[in-house]
Design a protein around this ligand. Structure first.
Ligand SMILES: Cc1cc2nc3c(=O)[nH]c(=O)nc-3n(C[C@H](O)[C@H](O)[C@H](O)COP(=O)(O)OP(=O)(O)OC[C@H]3O[C@@H](n4cnc5c(N)ncnc54)[C@H](O)[C@@H]3O)c2cc1C
Length: 396
């Protein structure tokens, strides 16, 4: 990366090394630079490319304006869910459902961090991160550096595929999707309501739904999303997306402004554990909520926790999903993985019988036991209880 870029020949030592400057790495960098205690740290940021593109859109719910409120391009106070003749609109208060464009996020943090001369940028493919005790060495072609605090979010997609196909003991599903940013010539959307899940698509081989986020009356992000063991060829998403738009907005011309493809791992299997002085963050650090694929919020929680611990001279703890809610995630994944109940029916029942605030709290791991019981009462005991026992038995 231009002016701050270095090509290090010898092994330099840094206070903090951030390996991987995506959502987690940049969130951590931003938070460290905002900390009065840590902002003067000598930081090395490594990524295979700092030429960022608008490769993803992040949505999340939030109670109050968060640190990235200025980047929110749209927020909704109502969501809806649909399955056959069932349709329900829910007010999200006190939460809002928010959207941030990936590129806005990357640019915002990179521009902010470039004001700090103590941040060194290295555009390189990291080949190894190893430790022999107090320090870890990060290596790339033509250079290496060491630190006693290395934060890595490097998890190549091919490594993830290998894990998904290997004989791991925990269920593994992909949340995979293709999204189109569509612009219609006429006003067809209600921009006040985010269509969170429309299950009126084929449910034969997977839990599938349309996710439709209107940005205004004529423009929306529409994503065909599935939870399943295998990812589809791109064309397969296109066919369903086109059929859905034709069905709902017949004979209405539209233009595709942008496309987004994604595959997020859904599993309670840990990909890596932090091993002092190497700390794992982001997807590698198991920040993804395994039952939903949401990670943006949990990455922010993870980073907040790490910075707080660093400020207090404590060893960072990167765990963000704790036992009780992780157990619920494991039960749901077990049921979906073994096709014990249709995912569409599970989500329909949860949304039918609860308000959005309770569901968001539950899915944010912040619900209390009473709220957990409310959610569980929406679901059939004869399926969930044996699954819960199976999951418990596998743990012991
Ligand atoms: C298309 C898409 C949409 C998503 N939408 C949402 C959403 O709406 N809400 C939500 O909560 N979550 C969403 N997620 C899930 C999650 O929030 C993201 O995947 C998030 O980007 C994960 O952050 P991360 O830092 O772990 O990984 P990444 O953001 O992928 O960052 C990893 C970084 O490591 C770099 N890297 C990789 N290998 C190397 C190497 N060998 N050397 C150097 N650098 C390397 C990459 O270039 C990248 O910059 C989405 C995911 C995708 C893919």
């Amino acid at each position: 990366m231009d002016n701050n870029s270095t090509h290090l020949q010898q092994e330099l030592t840094y206070d903090i090394i951030i390996a991987g400057a995506g959502c987690a790495g940049l969130s951590l960098l931003y938070s460290v630079l905002q900390s009065p205690v840590l902002k003067g740290s000598k930081i090395l940021v490594l990524d295979k490319s700092f030429e960022k593109s608008n490769d993803r859109t992040w949505c999340f719910w939030e109670l109050n304006p968060g640190p990235f409120q200025s980047l929110v391009c749209k927020q909704w106070d109502h969501i809806s869910i649909h399955k056959a003749s069932f349709s329900k609109e829910l007010a999200t208060a006190p939460y809002s459902y928010k959207m941030i464009q990936g590129l806005d996020f990357y640019n915002h943090i990179i521009q902010y961090a470039k004001q700090f001369s103590n941040v060194i940028w290295e555009e390189a493919v990291v080949s190894s991160i190893e430790t022999d005790g107090d320090f870890a060495t990060v290596q790339w072609e033509g250079g290496k550096a060491k630190s006693n605090k290395v934060f890595s979010s490097i998890l190549p997609m091919d490594t993830l595929y290998t894990i998904s196909q290997s004989n791991i003991s925990k269920p593994f599903l992909w949340q995979h999707f293709k999204g189109l940013l569509v612009q219609f010539e006429s006003n067809v959307f209600n921009p006040g309501v985010a269509r969170l899940m429309d299950f009126n698509v084929d449910q034969k081989d997977a839990t599938g739904f349309m996710y439709l986020l209107p940005l205004n009356e004529s423009k929306a992000l529409v994503e065909y999303t599935l939870f399943s063991k295998t990812i589809l060829p791109t064309q397969a998403y296109d066919i369903v997306l086109e059929a859905y738009l034709d069905k709902h907005y017949p004979n209405m011309p539209y233009q595709i402004l942008h496309e987004e493809l994604g595959a997020i791992p859904m599993t309670t299997q840990a990909f890596a554990k932090s091993n002092v002085p190497i700390f794992v963050i982001g997807t590698l650090g198991n920040a993804v909520k395994s039952s939903t694929g949401y990670a943006f919020h949990f990455i922010q929680e993870q980073v907040k926790q790490i910075v707080h611990q660093l400020e207090n001279g404590a060893e960072p703890n990167t765990e963000v999903h704790y036992t009780r809610h992780q157990f619920y995630d494991a039960v749901l994944l077990y049921i979906l993985h073994h096709n014990l109940m249709e995912g569409s029916e599970i989500f329909k029942r949860i949304f039918e019988k609860n308000n959005a605030a309770t569901i968001f709290k539950f899915l944010s791991n912040t619900s209390n036991l009473w709220e957990d019981i409310q959610i569980m009462r929406s679901l059939p005991t004869k399926i969930f209880l044996p699954a819960a026992i199976k999951v418990l038995a596998r743990r012991s």
